[in-house]
Design a protein around this ligand. Structure first.
Ligand code: ADP
Ligand code: MG
Length: 722
């Protein structure tokens, strides 16, 4: 008997070699294999007979291979295959498919699935998917296997460059199911199963692969069959259970109860360089209300680029500082830390607050100095890159941490940051608790990713959410245009005009991975050309991630002060850089950037009262997806609309930029498609953790929590859940 946790190699027919291919697909256990779900189903209960096919429909046809033919036209090779059912013939056509030449042998039985088209009165299947039903060397009249026809058949993505076909998976999964232990533990409490109308785990696993005859194909394809719903819900339920637990745990810790009195209010008022927007006021209230409570704040501040998050963060930092604590602000890049440092000094130093900048690139002496100031409590606001928490810094009494996450950090990395910052704080105690246990600092995470609320609640399910949904006044929307490379002279002329009008411009190059030598070279070459040939007599500078920190800093400073007119840059400017006088941005090879990235980049302009322009230059072939991205950029500047589309185009994993950080990789669930179930899962998880009561027993809760931990460990790497 196979247990879900049994290594997949113990399934009959799977050896070490196949095991390796499966491992690439993250299939290690029987359970993993059983959760390798079909991406499509084919109704082969009633495969169609050739004479009854209608043009325009998608159809499954089971037929015998008759003949093949490779046609070499001038434009591309076209592969044709004729299949038959008795006398009836059906032609199948694949473009650009010379590789199919040796695929078929006359006499083989084959299942075909594709669109029926009318070609000059003759019906044919265009580019059908196919599956050879008789194995090599088997006689032509061998009966076709019953797993393959006469039922709704699951179709799987193949693996190992086609070595493990859909058919292979069908058999392997079937074998695993047949040998699966009959007693699958049920970790979802009965009350939840009842309310959600869930089928049993065993039934779900069987039917998701091998649906009943009566199953509805549309329901299966939409992943809305009872089997699918069970598997999806289960996955989301354990995710939410973990998040809910974290949230409760945090609330149970003791934190600092900051005081908001008139003195503090006055201190905040004193720094304000302008009237906060209504949204900024509301959000500050939410944050401060948390800070007053005696448990650690974990709050996410979500606001589109330019919505004014920094000011809110500074205001909140003042509350901490005025209460006698230190505050820290962590930024994802040096440039951004730099920038925050400038604005902090501009806004806070006049009131006498002491601010330091701590980044990895400082000279050792200087670092030591700054660390001493931090340890002795001379520094009140400490700004740094995330390196700040990488090597532990001794704070005298850290009470408030701002993580300027922008859109770069995923859920998991964030967990780590918080844990670290909490640990960092735990090294020292607040001044007023001599000898007592250390209190955890309040943490505010700022993100520019405009995630739909339901999703945010899950991905940041352990955080409370504040939304800055209003732009500061006096902005004029950025005008965005697409222009092909060939018209660059006009574009440069336009940039000259802007700069002659005392404004500044960015020209951005797609060096997406800063460590890609070739990309960087191309960007540098363009910079030389721009500065010497296209904009001679203008002050042009270059900025990229691999420059040494001092030069970077100087360049940014000069740009900020208006000394540099045109900044040729890589995407290093995408996060947070704030120069209101910059009114033009030209993005070269815009088709290569992701949508979120384009939106972030464009957010660098349109920050002042003057009209701003964003030119998306494109060169070369643009994919269909690329077209949609560019189109969206021209059409809208609404961060939420852009985020929705981006999510749709890229899927959640890449969207959240957390591939590397290991965003939960779901096996059945899809955060967009299944948002409704997500919310239900969240509710149910909350209900379970409120037990034990008449609905759920302690034993059920324990079982669910055990299961949750296993899942979290597997899906989220080593993230700890208490
Ligand atoms: P982001 O949310 O992208 O971090 P910032 O905090 O950098 O946005 O703010 C963007 C710009 O708007 C900054 O130049 C900031 O000084 C300005 N700003 C912020 N709040 C206001 C306000 N209430 N009124 C006018 N300008 C503001
Ligand atoms: Mg910012």
């Amino acid at each position: 008997m196979l247990e879900p946790s049994t290594a997949v190699q113990y399934v009959r027919g799977i050896g070490p070699r196949v095991g390796e291919i499966l491992a690439d697909k993250r299939i290690h256990t029987v359970d993993d294999l059983l959760h390798y779900l079909p991406f499509r189903y084919e109704d082969r209960i009633n495969p169609r007979s050739i004479p009854e096919l209608l043009p325009g429909e998608m159809a499954t046809v089971i037929a015998e291979v008759r003949s093949t033919n490779l046609l070499r036209t001038r434009r591309m090779p076209i592969f044709q295959m004729t299949a038959s059912q008795g006398r009836a013939r059906l032609k199948c056509v694949w473009f650009n498919a010379a590789y199919l030449r040796d695929k078929f042998q006359p006499g083989q039985m084959i299942a075909l699935y594709g669109r029926v088209e009318d070609s000059r009165g003759e019906l044919q299947l265009m580019q059908p998917q196919f599956e050879i039903l008789t194995a090599d060397g088997q006689g032509e009249n061998r009966p076709v296997d019953s797993l393959e026809v006469g039922r709704i058949v699951p179709i799987y993505e193949s693996a190992g460059q086609g070595r493990l076909t859909a058919r292979w998976f069908r058999r392997a999964i079937r074998t695993a199911l047949e040998n699966l232990t009959p007693e699958l533990p049920e970790a979802i409490p009965a009350a939840v199963r009842r309310r959600m109308n869930l089928v049993s785990a065993r039934e779900a696993l069987w039917k998701v692969h091998w649906p009943d005859e009566g199953a509805r194909l549309e329901e299966l394809e939409a992943q809305r069959s009872p089997a699918h719903i069970r598997l999806i819900f289960e996955e989301l339920f354990f995710l939410e259970l973990g998040l809910e637990l974290k949230r409760r745990e945090q609330k149970a810790h003791t934190g600092i109860a900051f005081q908001l009195n008139d003195r503090v209010r006055q201190a905040i008022k004193r720094i304000l360089p302008f009237h906060p927007t209504t949204a900024q006021k509301r959000v500050l209230k939410e944050i401060v209300a948390d800070m007053e409570k005696p448990f650690p704040m974990r709050r996410l501040l979500q606001g589109d680029v330019g919505s004014g998050k920094t000011l809110v963060a500074f205001e909140a930092a003042i509350v901490a500082i005025e209460n006698g604590y230190q505050a820290a602000l962590m930024a994802p890049t040096e440039i951004l830390a730099q920038q925050h440092y400038f604005s902090a000094r501009r806004i806070l130093e006049p009131s006498g607050y002491r601010i330091v900048l701590l980044t990895g690139s400082l000279e050792d002496d200087r670092k030591r100095d700054i660390r001493r100031h931090i340890a002795q409590g001379n520094a009140q606001l400490i700004i740094g890159t995330h390196a700040l928490i990488e090597q532990p810094v001794e704070f005298l009494n850290l009470g408030f941490v701002i993580v300027d996450e922008q859109h770069r950090f995923g859920v998991l990395q964030r967990f780590k940051l918080m844990k670290k910052s909490a640990e960092g704080a735990a090294k020292t105690g607040p001044l007023d608790s001599v000898g007592g246990p250390a209190l955890e600092p309040d943490v505010l995470v700022m993100t520019a990713t405009p995630i739909p609320r339901t999703l945010a609640l899950t991905l940041y399910g352990d955080l409370d959410l504040s939304l800055l949904d209003e732009m500061p006044p006096g902005r004029t929307p950025v005008i965005t245009r697409r222009v092909p490379d060939s018209r660059s002279p006009e574009v440069w002329e336009f940039v000259r005009k802007q700069v002659d009008g005392k404004h500044q411009a960015y020209i951005v190059y797609p060096v997406i991975e800063e460590n890609q030598e070739s990309e960087l070279k191309a960007a540098m070459k363009m910079y030389r050309e721009l500065s010497s040939k296209i904009f001679p007599g203008y002050r042009v500078a270059v900025l990229h991630g691999r420059m040494d920190p001092e030069t970077k800093e100087l360049t940014m400073k000069l740009f900020q002060q208006g000394e540099i007119q045109i900044l040729v840059s890589t995407t290093v400017i995408e996060v947070g850089v704030d120069v209101a006088n910059a009114t033009a941005m030209v993005i070269e090879h815009a088709e290569r950037f992701g949508l979120a990235q384009l939106h972030q980049l464009r957010g660098r302009i349109g920050r002042g009262a003057a009209k701003s322009y964003c030119v998306l230059m494109t060169g070369g072939r643009i994919s269909e997806e690329g077209e949609r991205r560019l189109d969206a950029m021209v059409r809208t500047s609404d961060g939420f609309a852009i985020a929705e589309l981006d999510l749709e185009l890229r899927g959640p994993g890449e969207f959240f930029g957390t591939r590397q950080a290991g965003l939960p990789s779901f096996r059945a669930a899809n955060l967009i498609r299944d948002r409704h179930l997500l919310e239900l899962a969240r509710k149910e998880a909350g209900a379970v953790l409120s037990g034990p009561n008449t609905e759920v027993s302690q034993e059920e809760i324990d079982r669910a929590l055990r299961q949750m931990r296993t899942r979290w460990q597997r899906s989220y790497g080593l993230v700890e859940v208490a």
